[in-house]
Design a protein around this ligand. Structure first.
Ligand code: ZN
Length: 266
């Protein structure tokens, strides 16, 4: 009999799917999901008091929270005021994350524009070290988790992010849908997994792509998730897995159902 122990795989939606944070959290709990990502897509507008309320409810319900910083971030911009604004968006996200007890802050780090990947890497590394210093001084219990991005023109390949982890001690967000789009639909999970840490934060959904990479996130099919789920189990990865499809609750529930079935069969 095969006896692979199933690692800790927490599954939940990216955002509240328009329900609002409080209702969203309650539904996460009701549906038997484990985690939720609070998305500050267009700006950090949540009041600190609200962050505390959301955090207290999540704790009551036993839901793990993470935070996605606003999309508009470029730590390698040619304009210093844009770099400063990017750092501020990350720091504001970190402060709210700390208040709500969310340990991971996800963001897309930047763009190459006309710079070489190496130059871009050095600029981003410098800003991350700087932001980390602020976090330490403020005493916030959060880890920066830059994300593997979906387009080769965007900073954030697996190699770059693994190197950033080594250099700065930051975390990583592995968006497996982005990896799939970057690789034009070819993904060998058994080759990817050994390179990743034993525990990490992850995103998943269906995805549409072109030659330039990611086009848009789409509904997640069981056929998309099955090979990823098998690889996470076979490689003993402990992950929080956020579903970023246009129907994040429905698809997270489908994914969780597949995980439960695996557990029963093991
Ligand atoms: Zn993502």
């Amino acid at each position: 009999m095969k006896t692979t122990t199933v690692p800790s795989i927490l599954i939940g939606p990216g955002g509240s799917g328009g329900r609002g944070h409080i209702k969203g959290l309650r539904e996460v709990a009701q549906r038997g999901l484990d985690c939720m990502e609070i998305e500050f897509t267009y700006g950090v507008r949540m009041k600190p008091e609200m962050a505390e309320t959301v955090g207290a409810l999540a704790e009551d319900l036993g839901i793990t929270l993470s935070v996605h910083a606003p999309y508009y971030i470029n730590l390698a911009s040619y304009e210093t005021d844009k770099i400063d604004a990017s750092c501020k968006r990350i720091l504001d996200s970190c402060q709210r994350a700390h208040l709500m007890g969310a340990r991971k802050v996800v963001f897309h780090a930047g763009f190459y524009q006309k710079r070489t990947p190496r130059e871009t890497y050095r600029l981003i590394r410098k800003e991350i070290l700087d932001v980390q210093q602020h976090i330490r001084k403020a005493g916030w219990q959060v880890a920066l988790c830059p994300e593997i991005t979906g387009k080769p023109s965007q900073f954030g390949s697996t190699e770059e992010l693994l190197e950033l982890m080594q250099d700065t001690g930051c975390g990583i967000t592995v968006d497996f849908a982005h990896l799939y789009a970057r690789n034009q639909g070819n993904i060998d999970y058994d080759a990817v997994m050994p390179r990743l840490p034993q525990a990490f934060h992850a995103h998943f959904s269906g995805i549409e792509y072109t030659a330039k990479g990611e086009k848009k996130h789409i509904r997640t099919q069981p056929a998309h998730f099955r090979p990823l789920l098998d690889a996470l189990i076979n490689h003993h990865k402990n992950v929080t897995l956020i579903c970023e499809s246009p129907k994040p609750f429905e698809d997270a529930i489908m994914m969780k159902g597949m995980l439960e079935q695996k557990k029963r069969n093991n």
